[in-house]
Design a binder for this molecule. Structure first.
Ligand SMILES: *Cc1c(COP(=O)(O)O)cnc(C)c1O
Length: 398
């Protein structure tokens, strides 16, 4: 910790995989008077941000915005669609999948956790097999984390849907996109997802404090008979008033100003360009990691995350000690290892408001930090990334 009277010069590099760096434009938008959330001006804002979220989720269906962190939207997805004792199938992709499972168990759901090694995405084949064996249709929902932020592995959501459909099983599909929405290609309607869960502080470039559910007609139907107790999270009152742009309780007005601005930025860049930018920075990062001679945690190239890269620390070296060196020497925060990966991996966030030079700064901080912390590595990681960036150079919009 810096002494209070000291101030590090330059911007802090917030290269954890969320919260991400909030663009100045978004900060300026948030820095505005809080208006009457029942007054005439507010309705327009509410309608605009709700319509904007539909475009980002790629859905014609309903979207709900909560003043809550992503965890709240996890809970909302479950309590609106399920009943006490219901069986659900969850895929163990890593720490976040494990937290969602614990939340479900506290709600008295019976969770079957499909085991994983925290180095892969969810396995559509295993999910299909399990559902095929469930001839009594006891499993009410399948829950998958799209981008497992603890490991940097992406699950193929379309393949999971196909595996479910191939068995003719009626289970709902719920997907956590908290760290992928706005950075990794995602299509709620096309991929047949019933509830998508998202949060504000990662790909959407906002501070923490908003979270979302995108809801299919089938999920809405399930909510009519779902018996888990719910009040704050209930979709019903939200959906009754949302068409007018208003909310049943006080919304996070200033964050909604920021959301409107972030939506405009994402649409101006074009979502496909946003996804391509993240992919390219992911690849450049992995080239740096390989050049350093370090190991990428995710073992399946097709599952590599465009949003973050988790790097395995060499045996006998502490990832947390290394991160501390990077923070004190370079004023950069890297993501810590979570759960059973604690102190064993560090995570480089390359998502959100991020460009070639932010990547260069980030990787330079990692490479210099490896040297300062005495972690065995080869030089040349930054150079490998620069070479790739040069080969794939993209004109910046004027
Ligand atoms: C960050 C994150 C969460 C937790 O969200 P909170 O906003 O901290 O509640 C859940 N799932 C994934 C995949 C995440 O990246």
């Amino acid at each position: 910790m810096m002494p209070l009277h000291s101030h590090p010069s330059g911007r802090h590099f917030l290269q954890i995989p969320g919260p991400t760096n909030v663009p100045d434009r978004v900060l300026r938008a948030i820095d505005n008077v809080t208006i009457d959330h029942r007054g005439p001006e507010f309705g327009e804002l509410g309608r605009a941000v709700l319509a904007g979220m539909k475009k980002i989720f790629k859905t014609e269906g309903d979207v709900i915005i909560y003043p809550a962190s992503g965890t709240g939207a996890w809970e909302a997805a479950l309590v609106n669609t399920l009943s006490p004792g219901d069986k659900i199938l969850m895929a163990e992709t890593g720490h976040f999948a494990t937290l969602w499972k614990k939340l479900a168990e506290r709600l008295k759901l019976q969770v079957e956790f499909q085991e994983g090694d925290w180095r892969h995405g969810a396995d559509p084949e295993q999910i299909g097999k399990r559902l095929a064996a469930d001839s009594g249709h006891e499993i009410k929902a399948v829950c998958v984390v799209h981008n497992e932020t603890a490991t940097g592995a992406v699950s193929d959501v379309a393949a999971v849907r196909q595996a479910i459909d191939a068995t003719g099983h009626p289970a709902l599909l719920m997907v956590d996109t908290i760290s992928s929405l706005g950075s990794v290609d995602y299509r709620h309607d096309e991929w047949g997802v019933d509830v998508t869960v998202a949060g504000s502080q990662k790909g959407l470039m906002l501070p923490p404090g908003l979270s979302f559910n995108a809801v299919s007609a089938k999920a809405l139907k399930a909510s009519e008979t779902a018996a888990l107790p719910r009040s704050y999270w209930d979709w019903k009152e939200m959906l009754a008033i949302n068409p007018s742009g208003y909310f049943p309780y006080t919304p996070a007005t200033n964050l909604l100003y920021g959301l409107r601005e972030a939506q405009e930025m994402l649409q101006a860049e074009g979502l496909d360009n946003v996804f391509a930018r993240h992919k390219r920075h992911g690849e450049a990062t992995r080239r740096a990691v390989r050049a350093w001679g370090l190991e990428i945690l995710c073992v399946k190239p097709e599952a590599y995350s465009p949003a973050l890269t988790a790097v395995v620390m060499p045996e006998g070296h502490s990832a947390d000690a290394f991160r501390k060196v990077v923070l004190t020497h370079f004023n950069m925060s890297l993501g810590q290892g979570l759960g059973k990966l604690s102190d064993k991996v560090f995570r480089i966030g390359h998502l959100g408001d991020f460009n070639d030079l932010t990547l260069c700064g980030t990787l330079s901080g990692v490479e210099m930090g490896l040297g300062n912390a005495g972690v065995p590595h080869n030089k040349g990681g930054v150079q490998a990334a620069l070479d790739y960036l040069a080969q794939t150079s993209r004109a910046q919009p004027a």
